[in-house]
Structure formats: structure tokens, C-alpha cells
Ligand binder design. Sequence first.
Ligand SMILES: [Zn+2]
Length: 432
Amino acid sequence: MTDLSKANDTDTIKPDIALAERLFTEFYTRTSDVRGVTRISYGLGENIAHSIIRREAEALGLAIKSDPACNQYITLPGQSDGPEIVIGSHLDSVPMGGNFDGAAGVLMGLSIISGFVSSRRLPILPITLMVIRAEESAWFAASYIGSRASFGQLSAQELETVIRAGDGEKLGDAIQAAGGCISEIAKGYSHWSPGDIALFLEPHIEQGPILAQKNIPLGIVTDIRGSLRFRQAICRGTYAHSGATPRETRRDAALAVCKLVVEIDQLWRQFEARGKDLTVTVGEIATDPNEASFSKVAGSVRFSLDIRSNSRAILKAFAVDLQVLTRAIEKDENVIFDLGPRTSTKSAKMHSSIVSRLDQAATEIKVPILKMPCGAGHDAATFANLGVPTGMIFLRNENGSHNPDEYMSLSDFSDGAKLLMRFCLQPPDIAK
Ligand SMILES: [Zn+2]
């Protein structure tokens, strides 16, 4: 690499959009499903996507490392050896999901690095692209598996007890099969510590409709909502004959769960009216297909609850009110609610210096942005909650995410990459 004096020449170092376009196509072709793409965490699709990135990084002549949880790290040296800028995202998808959720962040990072390599110049700080494993909790009921593992925070117990939806594979076995080393993970091996990282940036498509509705190409995230989840809640009543059982003696689990759903919506509205940030979703409701029948009162109904907020206090308050609601319905309908195991993620604030530098850089490149909260969980939360200065760039997405119709334009991707390049050329000076 030569001509370091001009390393900040923002007009001549450009992200490699053609590389990203080519790899979006290859990702789609090689991991497509009946509809959309399926890249199972530690499964075939995710492994293919990781191998594609490794191949491209090798072609660029870059150093690649991997850790025992199969995260990959592609590093471009900087003018100093100091703490590095880490750009990270994931490559797994939900079943029959879209091609951009996760992959857009990885390919944006790679397009920046490729831009530096072809300019033969070094950035001020080293830049590492972290290709993160297993972010989509549709597969394993645990959050941020790859990013937590990079800090030695994936527990031995999780390796043994968390199983994959669909095939029931244990998390530890799946990691091992993908080429990882679970004995190292169980010992708490960490790839790095928060102090090694100057800042972490995760570019990602927006997963809601706000940027598209406002016709703004890019978002700068201010905070990430945390969650409280009950994935395996159950309401137990008694199966009974539909024609012979009077209303007052019924223990109808279907009715009780329906009442709960309506009451939860009322409660959410009350929180909203008080200006509290909250979303509540009952995404799954099912009677037991082996036992339920149209001519029987439902004796058992399974359901899920996903509650999110930018404040832990609000999540706690909602959980308390939820308990009051379930007790009241249990009494009225003579049923029993068992919400089952609860999982949670913490909310996370994005670093103010990163938010303001991204804002300024967007003005410099004349691209409109919106500052906004993020409703979905992301690996960025792992970094932010460990004290790493963290930021996120959102890309406008026309049709929501976690579905095959998810859509991102290459022109918006290119604007996002220009913003990220500008940021990497002149990162904020963050005093820790
Ligand atoms: Zn994602």
C-alpha cells in the first residue's frame, strides 16, 4: 500500500458496489428456497454464504480469522495498530426469508474494504469485517449467539440445551458440524475484549416501513429495543363435548387465550397513551392437532408472546400487568396459564458521537437520513451493552423483512456504502 498521505481523499476511494451486486446474486442463487432464501443458522445456507465471503476475502489478499463459534473476521490494516473499526452483520436468514436481511451489512462492509484495497491506501484505523453467525432466533431460541460467543459469553449450558427448530439439533452439535470447537466455547474462549474495538457499526435493512413511507433512503439508529419473550406459553383447560357441556362448567382454553389477546391489546394501548415505547405480539396460537376437534371444547392452547421496548423498566411493568391479567382470566374461565420459560434481551443506546458523525457525513455526501429507533434485535446490542461505542445504519426496505418480498434498491445500498466509507475515512474521535 502506498501514498498514505492521501488516505483521506474521500473522492477517490469508492466502495465496490459491483462486488456487492455480484455476491447478492450468488447468495440468492445458491441459497434460494421454494420462495425467498433459507440460510439456516449453522446449517447449509449459512455455511455456503460464509464460504463465499471467505473466498472473496482471500481473492482480495486479506487476513481471515475464525473463532470457535465459526464467526469470521476479515481485517484490513490501518495507518495505526490501535483499536479497530468493526463492521459486522450476519448471513443466516429466517425460513423463506429475504436476501438482504443481514447480508446487506456484510456486503457493505466488504465493499468498503475492497474499495480501500483497490485504491492501495490504508484507512486511519484498521477495519475488521465481522461475519457473524446465528443471529436469527427463528432457528435457536437464544439471542445473538455468534456475537456473544466472540466475547466468550455463550454458555456451556446453552450449547447442550438449546435446540434448532425443524431438526432438533443441539446448538453445540450444530456448531461442531459447521467446523467450530465447542470445548473452547464452553471454556469461555473470547476472540476479543470490548477494549480492542474502537467502535462497532452494523449496516442493516430497516425491518419496518418507516423509511419507505417517508421516502428517505437511509436511517441512523438512535437505540435498539430490548425484548421479553415467552415462546412456549400454554393455557390448560379441559377437553369436553361441544354439545353436552354447558357454558358455566366449561374450562375452555381457546376462549381464555382469545380473551388474553384482546386484554393484552388494551393494555398496550394504555402504555402507548402514556407515551411508553412498546410493541406486543402474539405470533403463534395453536390447539393440539392430535387432540383438538371441531366438536370438542379446547382443553389446551399453546401460544407465544413477544414484548419489546427501549426501556427495561417498561418491560418489567408490562410483565407485572400481564400477570394480573392472566390471574383474572384464570379465575373467570377456570383455566391455568403457564407462560413457560422466559428469554430476554436488553435494550441498547447507540453512541452519540457515532450518531452525530454519521449525520454529518450524510450531509457531506448529500444523502437524506432519518434518525430513528430500531424495533428489532441486532448483534449491535451485544456490542453496545458491553460498552463498545456502537452505531447502526438502516437501508430503506419496501416490503418489510423476514419474508421473500423484502426489497432493497442497489441505489440505496450504494448511498449507504458511501456514507459508511465517508465515516471510515474520518471516524469520530471517541474518548473512552
Ligand atoms: Zn438481521
